[in-house]
Design a protein around this ligand. Structure first.
Ligand SMILES: [Zn+2]
Ligand SMILES: [Zn+2]
Length: 255
């Protein structure tokens, strides 16, 4: 499985893109930067989209994906997300005020985008991928995903504060090759991290104790304005399992 980090960050500024991860050039997890940081042909080639939660840094490019690919795709984008997330996107983004409702455009029967509802801990099959959504701790409804293809499984939590269930499940996953999760704020902003259900390096240190042993951990969603401080504090943890997603547009291969 190839994991391409289109956008690794929990914010947007020059050179820093919001969360989007592309698997094997066809399965997209979150749409924070999938339009602004990918060629249009690559956008057209996306087959399925998983959305973890409704926050703008994970959804904003859905509208631009539809716009960019309008008339270029043989079929609608198939978006998979929980009902509450779908309802939030439709009410607040695709509401014909902030952006056109591409789920009924150009026609209701042949739209640009179709929202499919997923359920907590109910597996779905997307082509060759099995996806298990697990609820995580973040405002509104937010989900992490265990994605499996053949004998490779990877956990993607996206945004979450300290949580339990996804690690219980992850411990039972065979062939778990990697965990992609988040550290958003430096230790001095621990109270902000707790209020917003995110991690700091010091809370991640405790979180790692709940995770399966030995599996490499990739930390993303760094807030761009604290990136240098975060890199220092994560490095100070002196844990060889930790990898920092400080740059966008990087690829990892797992087999
Ligand atoms: Zn986020
Ligand atoms: Zn969020």
């Amino acid at each position: 499985m190839q994991v391409k980090i289109i956008g690794a960050h929990g914010g947007v500024t020059r050179g820093y893109h919001a969360t989007s991860i592309l698997i094997d050039d066809k399965l997209l997890i979150d749409a924070g930067s999938a339009a602004s940081s990918m060629d249009i042909q690559a956008q057209v080639a996306i087959e399925s989209v998983l959305i973890s939660h409704a926050h703008l840094d994970h959804t904003k490019d859905l509208g631009f994906l539809c716009d960019n690919c309008f008339g270029l795709r043989p079929a609608p984008f198939q978006v998979y997300t929980h009902k509450t997330v779908k309802n939030a996107i439709k009410a607040h983004l695709f509401n014909d005020v902030i952006w056109p409702d591409f789920s009924v455009l150009p026609t209701k029967n042949d739209p640009c985008i179709i929202f499919n509802e997923i359920e907590e801990e109910k597996e779905l099959q997307l082509g060759e991928y099995t996806v298990l959504p697990i609820h995580v701790k973040h405002p509104g409804d937010a989900y992490g995903f265990v994605v499996t293809k053949g004998n490779v499984s990877i956990v993607f939590t996206q945004d979450t504060g300290p949580t339990e269930r996804i690690w219980e499940v992850a411990k039972k996953v065979k062939n778990l090759r990697a965990i992609f999760t988040e550290v958003s704020f430096p230790n001095k902003l621990q109270n902000i991290a707790e209020l917003s259900d995110h991690h700091t390096p010091q809370s991640m240190k405790k979180e790692i104790e709940k995770m399966p042993d030995k599996v490499p951990i990739y930390l993303g969603h760094l807030k761009p304005n604290y990136q240098e401080e975060l890199i220092q504090e994560i490095t100070d943890l002196k844990n060889s399992r930790l990898h920092i997603l400080y740059a966008d547009d990087v690829r990892f291969n797992f087999d």
